[in-house]
Design a protein around this ligand. Structure first.
Ligand code: FES
Ligand SMILES: [Fe+2]
Length: 434
């Protein structure tokens, strides 16, 4: 297979619930994704708490591109392509830090925090008009949005606003990114980003988070060991009744709904954390009423930003590195106001659960990487994957939670909608066709 040539829909039959293995292992399709998907969609770049002060920077990624997230002297957040306009050198080779300007290590072109080219070696003697330094600043993203502390960007000036891109999935992010008391306070990133590489296609991760309740069986051993915040077995707190919802933009969320009762603390392994969450819960009940018990537990904002927004509370970006290789970046979020002891406790709990050494994450990584190696062969590729669970059982809409709901938590509705959107991107020439 050379190129899709407008035929992605033929590989992704979401009506029958069958998807060709090619889209997970084929290098040509992977290359086309970089152009048609990652160069167009809104992508997660970082969190405001990672660049609180002027001159703070963080090197992040958008698809395969390295980008610099920084805050200029006026406090404005920017996202630049991390590639020098002179001869392409990676301008910033550090993970994060604070600087007055970005000086390219190769021939020392220097850029201000707002991306302007301010220094060119031997400028007065060697460069003549019409060379104009103002034309050679760092390449900046076409659009940037900040949503409850999270920073998103797109390279496509014709992309819709971030709000329109989210559509009704905004409900999930808006609820999930608030502090646990349901107010307008801040959350912050705990420690640094955890980064590791998994030999699988990024879409296996995106669909898993978008709504794959069937795979919970693979975490049986973790449930038995008990890595959770409660004394005894279990790996998380009580999330109540699950509710799957999918969105036409390709986003999928698995909500947990608990009744808005007065007592709600499962953090018996840490009394300080338990008391903090109980205080938060009372405020949350007062603020959000019946909606207090709705939490976006797990989800994916299309294409590759996944999250757990109850506990553990993390954002996971699956950065593509090749058809069969993904670089996973995880951050852990915590309420800024939480007591230090609760932050310490949560950090350890989150790491036990998620991240490269996290026990739940290891189950998932094993599944994704073996599924990939067992799907690469010429024979294996002839047989599509099966996404038929819940076909024909879509329920329509819930009165409170927006999105297409399904009565069966084991439905593969959310992955089906994610792949439908994927095929639309791959076949569309530009945003007007999307
Ligand atoms: S590549 Fe950056 S100054 Fe030459
Ligand atoms: Fe999992």
């Amino acid at each position: 297979m050379k190129s899709l040539n407008g035929s992605a829909r033929a590989l992704v039959d979401t009506t029958a619930g069958e998807i060709s293995r090619e889209i997970y292992v084929n290098d040509d399709i992977y290359r086309e994704e970089q152009e048609r998907l990652f160069a167009r969609a809104w992508l997660f770049v970082g969190h405001e708490s990672q660049v609180p002060n002027a001159g703070d920077f963080l090197v992040s990624r958008m698809g395969e591109e390295s980008v610099i997230l920084t805050r200029d002297r006026a406090g404005k957040v920017h996202v630049f392509l991390n590639s020098c306009r002179h001869r392409g050198m990676k301008v910033c080779r550090y993970d994060d830090g604070n600087t007055k300007s970005f000086v390219c290590p190769y021939h020392a072109w220097s850029y201000d925090l707002d991306g302007r080219l301010i220094g060119v070696q031997d400028f007065e003697n060697s460069y003549r008009p019409p060379f104009d330094r103002t034309d050679w600043g760092l390449v900046e993203v076409a659009q940037l949005a900040i949503f409850r502390g999270t920073i998103w960007a797109t390279w496509d000036k014709d992309a819709p606003s971030f709000d329109d891109y989210l559509g009704e999935a905004r409900f999930a992010l808006d609820l999930g990114l608030r502090p646990w008391d349901g107010g307008d306070g801040e959350t912050e990133v705990l420690g640094s980003i955890q980064k590791w590489i998994v030999p699988c296609n990024w879409k296996l991760i995106a669909e898993n988070f978008a709504g794959d309740a069937l795979h919970v069986v693979s975490h049986r051993s973790v449930d038995m060991v008990g890595i959770g915040p409660t004394q005894g077995p279990g790996r998380r707190d009580d999330y109540g009744r699950p509710h799957l919802a999918a969105y036409p933009g390709g986003h999928g969320v698995n909500y947990g709904i608990t009744p808005p009762v007065k007592e709600r603390s499962n953090y018996t392994a840490s009394p300080v954390t338990a008391a903090y969450f109980q205080r938060c819960w009372e405020k949350r009940l007062a603020r959000l009423g019946d909606k207090a018990g709705i939490v976006p537990l797990i989800g994916t904002i299309f294409p590759n930003t996944s999250f757990h927004l109850q506990q553990p509370r993390t954002i996971l970006v699956s950065h593509p590195r090749g058809a069969c290789e993904t670089e996973m970046w995880r951050i852990y979020l915590v309420d800024k106001e939480a007591p230090e002891e609760a932050k310490r406790f949560l950090r350890l709990y989150y790491i036990r659960y998620s991240g490269p050494a996290g026990m739940t994450e290891q189950d998932d990584m094993e599944n994704w990487s073996y599924a990939t190696s067992a799907s690469r062969g010429r024979i294996a590729r002839r047989y599509p994957y099966n996404y038929k669970s819940g076909l024909g059982t879509e329920a329509g809409r819930d009165p409170v939670i927006p999105g297409f709901a399904t009565p069966r938590n084991t439905s593969e509705q959310n992955p089906r909608i994610l792949y439908k959107r994927w095929a639309e991107y791959m076949d569309a020439e530009d945003w007007s066709a999307l």
